[in-house]
Design a protein around this ligand. Sequence first.
Ligand code: ATP
Ligand code: MG
Length: 458
Amino acid sequence: MLSLNKIFNKLVKRNKTNGSSRQSVPEPIIVPRSEHSISRKQISQQALKVLYTLKEAGFDAYLVGGCVRDLLLGHEPKDFDVATNALPEQVHKLFKRSRLIGRRFKLVHVGFGRDVIEVATFRAPPEASNHVDKQGRIVQDNVYGTLEQDAWRRDFTINALYYNIRDFSIIDYTGGIKDLNAGLIRLIGDVETRYREDPVRMLRACRFLAKLGLKLEAETESGMFAWATLIKDIPPARLFDETLKLYMSGYAAVAHELVCHYGLFDHLYPQTAALLHQEKDAYPRTMLMKALENTDKRIEAGKPITPAFLFAALLWEPVRQEMMLLMEKGMPDIPAMQRAASEVVSQQIQRVSIPKRYSLVTRDIWTLQPRLIKRQGKRAFRTLTHPKFRAAYDFLALRSDAGEPLDEIVDWWTAFQEKPSTEQQSMVADLGKVTGRPKPKRRRRRRKPASEAQQDSH
Ligand code: ATP
Ligand code: MG
């Protein structure tokens, strides 16, 4: 184990190299408390307690990763991660409210409920000989290491900064401070090797770009274009988690544009991507972007969002197209929608999984669409009381906003929901009298911006 005391006693050394290669940074930069902006007031009580408890038990303890990066950038961290030289079992013993998680590489979660502090023992980078497969992907990642090794095995330089609870300094082995100041996201080490080891790093790069508004360092960026296809080999369950992080963190619209730009979306949602590429029709892109912008606005306003609505929007165009094809072959609208939903979802989950608890709701949102459009007799009342009515109505409003000629129908449902039941009866009766009710045929025209009410109460 590297002696930290030796490092601490050294004066702060500024990085003489650019920090992009493992061999070029022999000494870490240590930024003393007086030279950086992170104060203990900005750190959660629970995280401080974990750090101090580890320190008092004689271990080294650091905040690391996104929390240090975000604090230095003036953002509020999403969560606090701790790195230590204590082994997981030793950490577990120190905290009553903790549990060991992970099979291959054990981590400790301290505190339950909303505020969980993840404590990880320093890990060493994988060795080519026995920790990566033929494609270069990490298959084993379970060797404990030193602080220095732990820094080099992390993804980006800005994510490899350590806040030391012993003297409140920041330790930087990889040039993260310099990159943070320059606003650069730089992969640590050789770009091809690091993307091959774990292609999800490309999605993480897009996420940090969208969230932090930084830029990609040139090689980190060119590597994304070169290695985007590797994302295909990632297990669908992990890609589901990454989809949620990308699209449900408050910057979905920008993140989506980035994953499209770097060619990653093609491998995540191939059915949708193929249709988004069709230049002649702007509707699919408009519809998806409006859904994502709406999601971002709802998060900003502190309103709830659900992955089911997100997947309904992400996969809408392939479902809509498939439904239209089936209807052209003579299938009625509702069964056509059900069949289309099954086909599109079953293909999609081979790439990015969608847990049943969400995909069932997604299907409800879709299959309620033809019912919302028809509004026939008693069915209108049944539709109104369907548990997913509100989400389906919001989805219909989104379609209308994106250019489908559904304004009248949306307005009808808006009024119908608010009327007392006697008036609802007459609204339904009036509908029966109307002949030649507008068919849901696409027209190219845009409606006013999405109403604030969209996606409410999902
Ligand atoms: P967020 O604000 O989204 O939590 P984060 O950087 O903290 O951002 P986490 O997923 O919480 O992201 O990961 C914590 C840290 O673990 C990262 O900052 C990084 O140092 C390291 N890490 C996470 N994923 C990887 C990966 N795929 N490869 C290498 N290091 C990783
Ligand atoms: Mg984090």
